[in-house]
Design a protein around this ligand. Structure first.
Ligand code: PHE
Length: 477
């Protein structure tokens, strides 16, 4: 693990598989199981899903490879790694700004992420108590929340939102565990967590999807997700799909560059990038196929929005055989996925703080985590006491957004696409060609294809999507 001894390297992953698990863990998260079904549901399914997949293949995959390349060459935090690549390419180290934007994005994402992960913990607790209660009274196949009326189940979300101490306790728990793991380090913290949590995640995912396929309206879910209605595909929705693709693949937010810095020089990167993209997109689609059959079987509205899996799904678990058990497993699954992602977000900020202030890992994780925790607490309050605060009231697209939605919206539709644009220009045009060829290990036609996507298609497509997404009026109405 000490590397070749030529450089004083930071700790690295113990193996190629460890890196893949950690990176897939970073990619697979609330983005796949909560945000993707929410957006697909709100935006009418098929056409959104199709455009999302196009973004993944043509923009996301080439960017995943680019970010890991930057990290592995730079062997530092995101800003430091970009600066190193810039330096070795003889261009301005100001390009480090793209790493900086990513670190800011990671900071913002984690502060909202932790609140939603807190809801997950709460529901895992409720469903778990219900399941174990039923189990001990001899009824392991009970439905969830059996004694409760549907209104009471739906109303749980409102009571949770109104309960400041409870929201803060959940937020504290989630950030606490995240900080603890990141503070333990790359090998005994991050890698270890991923090697336990990710396999468990996949087992749960398959179990629940199979359950939904047999008991729910699978065919309807398939047609909802895959029959495109192109009239629904407006530029703002395309912008959301792009933002979601970047978010879901952990792009533009310093995480992959940072994890790339711990990859051994021997690892061939293109297959790894492909695996990350495939796993991430696969899980998003499977999550859709896990959630929508249950939603349709229970006659719920797929366009329910951010509360879909929290307000709506428990109603379904209430009506299903073994609903208590499945509901409990479902929220445990999301918790595992969220944790491996939050770890990567905090690591991205922590690695930067360690270099920038020459802090120890413990200190950096604690301070960075603490700052994120404070902003997160504001987001929690935006669900209740601060629900009327409109930070971006001057901005039509976000005029109605509360603190948490404003943060989420700005990051998803602006910060991530901008960082992606800069990354593509930097790698496609500024970075030294030999350096890039050597790091990617791509040759011939494959290199030409990748370089075309990153140097031409990404900048062009991202610019257009950003422009028309933010100013749909430009297209005339
Ligand atoms: N990709 C994660 C998810 O889908 C979120 C994430 C974004 C993690 C950016 C790291 C960096 O939930």
């Amino acid at each position: 693990m000490a590397g070749t001894g030529v450089e004083t390297e930071q700790a690295g992953w113990s193996s190629r598989w460890a890196f893949i698990l950690a990176a897939v863990g970073a990619a697979v998260g609330l983005g796949n199981i909560w945000r993707f079904p929410t957006l697909a549901g709100e935006n009418g399914g098929g056409a959104f899903v199709l455009f999302y997949i196009l973004c993944v293949i043509f923009l996301g995959l080439p960017l995943v490879l680019s970010e890991i390349v930057i990290g592995r060459h730079g062997r530092k935090d995101a800003a430091g790694s970009v600066a190193k690549v810039a330096q070795d390419s003889g261009v301005s180290t100001n390009w480090a700004i793209l790493g900086g934007i990513g670190i800011i994005a990671a900071f913002c994402i984690l502060s909202t992420y932790s609140i939603i992960a807190g809801w997950v913990i709460y529901y895992a607790g409720v469903m778990g108590a219900d399941f174990f209660g039923a189990l001990f009274s001899g009824d392991p196949f009970a439905s969830a929340l059996a004694g409760e009326a549907p209104e009471a189940i739906g109303g749980r979300m409102d009571s949770l939102f109104a309960n400041v101490p409870l929201l803060i306790v959940m937020h504290t728990l989630f950030m606490g565990v995240t900080i603890w793991i990141v503070a333990r380090g790359v090998l005994s913290g991050i890698e270890k967590a991923a090697t336990y949590l990710m396999p468990a995640f996949f087992v749960l995912l398959i179990t629940i999807t199979a359950y939904g396929a047999f008991t729910g309206e699978f065919a309807r879910a398939v047609s909802f997700l895959f029959t495109p209605d192109f009239s629904r595909l407006t530029p703002p929705i395309m912008n959301q799909a792009l933002g979601q693709a970047l978010f879901s693949m952990s792009l533009s937010s310093a995480a992959l560059i940072t994890y790339g810095a711990y990859v051994s020089r021997e690892t061939r990167l293109p297959p790894v990038a492909g695996m990350i993209g495939l796993a991430d997109t696969g899980v998003a689609i499977v999550a859709g196929l896990m959630i929508f059959p249950i939603v349709f079987a229970a006659g719920l509205d797929p366009a329910a929005g951010a509360t879909l899996i929290f307000r709506s799904l428990p109603l379904a678990f209430n009506a299903m055989p073994a609903g208590a058990l499945i509901g409990f497993l479902f929220f445990v699954l999301i918790f595992f996925a969220a944790l491996t992602s939050s770890i990567s977000l905090l690591e991205a900020v922590t690695a930067w703080a360690m270099r920038r202030f020459a802090w120890s890992r413990h200190r950096a994780a604690l301070v960075a985590g603490g700052a994120i925790y404070a902003v997160g607490a504001l987001c929690a309050l935006s669900l209740n006491v601060l629900s009327d605060v409109r930070l971006l009231s001057f901005w039509p697209s976000f005029a109605e957004a509360d603190i948490m939605n404003a943060l989420d919206g700005v990051v998803g539709t602006i910060l991530l696409p901008v960082a992606a644009l800069l990354t593509a220009i930097f790698i496609g045009w500024k970075a030294d060609r030999n350096l890039v060829v050597a790091e990617t290990g791509l040759e011939g036609g494959l290199f030409a294809l990748w370089r075309f996507l990153i140097a031409w298609l990404c900048p062009l497509a991202v610019t257009l999507i950003l422009l028309f997404g933010l100013f749909p009026g430009l297209l005339g109405s």
